[in-house]
Design a binder for this molecule. Structure first.
Ligand code: NZQ
Ligand code: ZN
Length: 391
């Protein structure tokens, strides 16, 4: 069955090495006052900050700054940016960084046009944002897909909440994707980003089984295969352009809704991981790597085995002559091997100093008063059991 769908992604992407010269003309379409949003300083270390600020000033743009966006960006930081926008009548927001910076910029953009200038009511009331300041993004980390999607994930550390804020107005108007800008990524972030991309597809792939085009399933498998092939190369050779380029475009493809056509989103692993980040501030892709193989093992049954086996065959080249159940078990081993050996991510929550103290509350919150949909619905008790498997 193929569900009805609307495809609309108005983000204009400049991909490649020599595209930054177009930045001033794109910003000037919205006005001259720019809020530059960036993280903890990686763009100063690799020289990008100077390149951008010089380019903007040479083109008569006035630059204000919101620096220091945290990984797992906080609502308080977004609110600070919104205040600058209000005080200075900012025309356009320029986010330079990874998903956290772009997400924070989205929070700023949404809050800046509200009377209170506070992003948290929008997040906690799950408002679909249709009005926001325009966002232009320069991506430095292949991971979240925020550069081309309608979502921002904002954290409130006072209440241990990390929640998605969505809206058509949050899709960046323009994104610059230069794979060279990700050469300076540490190996750990490369690994975490790669697994985030992989899981964005996987979290949707299983539900897609009975509600999509064959073409989309194969496209999803191609994106996951690209991650499996190129992530270890980028980790070993950080300056490998082809590897970085494949990961960067895979990041965008995974969530720009091309792969959603006619499918239903499940996002089970994401729902469980966001609780881990909310309580323990861990790196998103690492949390996903810990949860994913355990989730697959938990949902494995006669019904899900063929789809899990197909993943193993199509993405990890496991033999095609096994029973569905044995094949699915091999596929889960292949996913775990990819996470913990190839990507080198530690496998257990206890290694990150996490125990089961908050699992019940996290499980309840992940299920949001209901169940997490998917090939096997997960109630809070199921989620708690999966967290325990991760210890
Ligand atoms: O802060 P700086 O100094 O820039 O350093 C960052 C940060 O320490 C560093 N980094 C980024 N690009 C670099 C670099 N260091 C050297 N060279 C570069 N080129 O990497 C660290 C992590 O950056 P961050 O932006 O936090 O990583 P990522 O892109 O993985 O973003 C993670 C956030 O996005 C959310 C996650 O939950 C998390 O909060 N997500 C957003 C989604 C969306 N908008 O649709 C979906 C995802 O599922 C995800 O939930
Ligand atoms: Zn993710």
């Amino acid at each position: 069955m193929i569900n009805d769908f609307i495809f609309h992604n108005p983000d204009k992407v400049y991909f490649g090495k020599n595209q930054l010269e177009h930045l001033p003309e794109e910003l000037l379409k919205f006005g001259k006052k720019v809020l530059l949003v960036y993280g903890g300083g990686s763009i100063k270390k690799n020289g990008l900050y100077n390149t951008i600020t010089e380019l903007l000033k040479a083109n008569d743009l006035t630059v204000f700054e919101l620096a220091g966006v945290e990984p797992n960006p906080r609502h308080t930081t977004a609110n600070k940016g919104a205040q600058i926008c209000k005080n200075e009548n900012i025309d356009v927001i320029l986010a330079v960084g990874g998903g956290s910076t772009i997400d924070c910029a989205k929070g700023v953009a949404a809050a800046a046009v509200t009377e209170s200038g506070d992003v948290w009511p929008l997040v906690s009331n799950q408002v679909w944002v249709t009005k926001a300041l325009p966002i232009v993004a320069i991506l430095t980390n292949a991971a979240t897909g925020s550069e081309m999607d309608a979502w921002a994930v904002i954290s409130n550390m006072d209440t241990n909440e990390k929640i998605g804020l969505g809206g058509s107005a949050l899709i960046p108007k323009v994104a610059f994707e230069n794979p060279e800008l990700s050469f300076s990524l540490p190996t750990y972030q490369t690994a975490c980003g790669a697994f985030d991309i992989f899981n964005h597809v996987l979290d949707n792939y299983y539900l897609a089984g009975d509600a999509t085009f064959d073409m989309i399933l194969e496209f999803q498998e191609a994106v996951m295969r690209a991650v499996v092939k190129w992530a270890p190369i980028a980790m070993k050779e950080p300056d490998h352009y082809e590897a970085r380029a494949n990961l960067m475009w895979a990041s965008s493809m995974a969530l720009n809704t091309v792969l959603d056509a006619g499918t239903v989103h499940g996002c089970a692993c994401h729902a469980m991981e966001h609780e881990l980040s909310a309580y323990y501030d861990i790196t998103h892709g690492h949390g996903l790597a810990i949860v994913t193989p355990r989730w697959l093992a938990y949902i494995l049954n006669e019904t899900t085995a063929p789809a899990i086996y197909r993943l193993g065959v199509r993405v990890f080249d496991i033999p095609q002559n096994l029973s569905a159940m044995n094949g699915a078990k091999k596929a889960i081993e292949a996913v775990a091997n990819f996470c913990f050996n190839t990507l080198g991510l530690t496998a257990n929550l206890s290694d990150l100093g996490i125990d089961e103290k908050h699992f019940k509350a996290m499980a309840n919150h992940a299920c949001a008063g209901s169940v997490i949909s998917g090939p096997k619905e997960l109630a809070p008790a199921d989620v708690e059991a999966i967290y325990k498997m991760c210890l």
